[in-house]
Ligand binder design. Structure first.
Ligand code: ADP
Ligand code: ZN
Length: 520
């Protein structure tokens, strides 16, 4: 059945105040609303915090029939449900965690629901499609729409079943929403969900109040403790594994005396939601979490987001850091990276299904470029999302404290040759000794002191070896072997042949002199 049409933006504005209590629309909300209210299918690409939910919740209260919202996470749906109901919107969820299915279905059939939230795997079931046919529909809203694209960073096969389901209701408009989609992914979303090319509305991605800082990781605990000492207010620390979350939470609490709670999928549900609630209510708490944390959390005053290891992609980085400073006040995003992060991620590539490997590799390369860049971080982020930003932003580490760049192509060739000539199975320490002519027992035993690369790196170049090895690993020119050795990879040949230059960023003066912990 066709939705009732003919609502104006003025009607919507009146409801904005009466239902949500807001005075004005934000950013590109009016354009999205105008299309939706006119029954036109739309893809809205808007950064986290831009107010995407309102672009379907508001029409849902105006248009005849129910707005069906597809959302990938139960926790996310329940958060949305709570806030919609708090605004007096008639909303329900149909998930495995709900006991009131019958009431929900009855309410739907009686036309008493503005919003019905379902998971994609539910939405694609024939029984569900039949049920949808039993009452008028206003709109399909597809949240986190990048999940439909294999090119996107979070592909969910169930999203592919949405198109056939929605095609059964050709008159019901579709609104796809995402915060994180590069050009390729956007085109894919349009095609996969049947939205016309001219139906795309993209809001600006810049978050000018976030200061981006990316550093090499010496000790995550020490570096983040220092950040916490300098940055009062709530913060989120992302760590890659549950174990690291727990350990880091303890270390940070001990080092700073500030309240720090862990959050990851391995904690009992009650503890998890208690920790989350405490964080949302608090004005100075830090939550140490895996990336399971943050989706759908509406806490505007987060003052910093720290990554103790590399995120999955630039999209993921943008989304995770985007949880800082939603209130518009200054906030900091700090990423700490290690060569091992990239080495591991590249190793996982081999376990990735063939058809997705190319995309994953491109994502890693883009992340490596961001991490190693001597120039403006914001410019790289914004260009990644198709914008045309100024060369420098004045509010990232590299703009505030421009790093020195060194052409290390010559040393890189020496390093790669040494890896090659020693048989691509030794770790960095061994290679370093060979290159600097520092023969120990093992080197003599293997005859590595008789190689042409023995001792070819002088004192002035020796200091470049470690950062260079990290940079080459980030780029994939050096890869880690199973046994912790280094081998040649990717573009190593081009570098060896002199077809590719290698420039690296030298740590800014403040960091350079600091002692690194002993190798024990
Ligand atoms: P997104 O889904 O795009 O990340 P949300 O829909 O969660 O963002 O909205 C982020 C915050 O902005 C919420 O607290 C929401 O209530 C608020 N918000 C949305 N639209 C407006 C508006 N027009 N004026 C003021 N606040 C708004
Ligand atoms: Zn900058």
């Amino acid at each position: 059945r066709a939705p009732q049409q003919g609502f104006s933006l003025e009607d919507a504005r009146a409801r904005l105040k009466s239902i949500f209590g807001f005075d004005e629309f934000r950013g590109r909300q009016p354009e999205v609303l105008e299309r939706v209210l006119a029954g036109k299918s739309t893809l809205a690409v808007m950064p986290t915090g831009a107010g995407k939910s309102l672009t379907y919740q508001l029409p849902a209260t105006m248009m005849a029939g129910t707005c069906v919202v597809i959302s990938p996470l139960i926790a996310l749906m329940h958060d949305q449900l709570r806030s919609a109901r708090a605004n007096g919107i008639r909303a329900a969820t149909l998930t495995s965690a709900d006991a009131d299915w019958r009431e929900t279905m009855d309410a739907f059939r009686a036309g008493q629901l503005d919003l019905l939230y379902v998971a994609p795997e539910r939405a694609s079931q024939p029984g569900f499609r039949d049920m949808l046919g039993s009452a008028p529909l206003a709109l399909f809203a597809i949240d986190e729409a990048h999940c439909v694209s294999e090119w996107g960073h979070d592909f969910r096969p169930d999203y592919r079943q949405l198109r056939p389901m929605m095609d059964a209701f050709p008159k019901v408009p579709r609104l796809a929403l995402t915060a994180t989609a590069d050009e390729h992914t956007r085109a894919d979303i349009l095609a996969q969900l049947g939205i016309p090319r001219n139906g795309m509305i993209i809001a600006g991605f810049d978050r000018p109040n976030i200061r981006y800082t990316i550093r090499h990781r010496d000790s995550a605990a020490k570096q983040i403790a220092r950040l916490m000492a300098e940055t009062p207010g709530p913060g989120i620390v992302y760590a890659p594994t549950r174990r690291k979350v727990e350990a880091l939470a303890e270390q940070l609490a001990a080092a700073t005396g500030r309240p720090v709670l862990p959050y990851h999928a391995g904690l009992p549900a009650e503890e998890r939601s208690a920790n989350q609630a405490a964080f949302v209510a608090s004005e100075d708490m830090v939550i140490c979490a895996t990336i399971a944390f943050g989706m759908g959390i509406d806490k505007p005053d987060v003052r910093f987001v720290a990554h103790a290891g590399i995120p999955k992609s630039i999209e993921a980085y943008y989304q995770e850091t985007g949880r800082a400073g939603r209130d518009g006040d200054p906030a900091i995003a700090v990423m700490l990276w290690g060569a091992g992060d990239f080495a591991q991620a590249r190793q996982r590539l081999s376990e990735t299904p063939e058809e997705r490997r190319g995309g994953e590799r491109t994502r890693l390369d883009a992340l490596a470029t961001l991490v190693e860049a001597p120039g403006c971080r914001r410019a790289i982020l914004l260009r990644h999302f198709g914008e045309n930003p100024p060369e420098s932003c004045g509010n990232c580490d590299n703009c505030l404290n421009p790093p020195k760049v060194a052409d290390t192509s010559e040393v890189a060739r020496k390093l790669l040759s040494a890896v090659y000539r020693t048989g691509q199975s030794f770790g960095f320490g061994h290679i370093q000794k060979v290159l600097t002519g520092n023969a120990d027992e093992r080197i003599r035993q293997r005859g590595h002191d008789r190689l042409s690369v023995f001792g070819i790196v002088g004192e002035s170049e020796a200091a470049l070896l470690q950062p260079l090895s990290r940079a080459l690993q980030a780029r994939g020119a050096l890869v880690a072997t199973e046994h912790g050795g280094l081998a040649l990879g990717g573009n190593a040949r081009a570098i060896l042949k002199g077809d590719e230059t290698v420039e690296i960023v030298l740590a800014p003066p403040r960091e350079r002199g600091r002692k690194r912990g002993t190798a024990a």
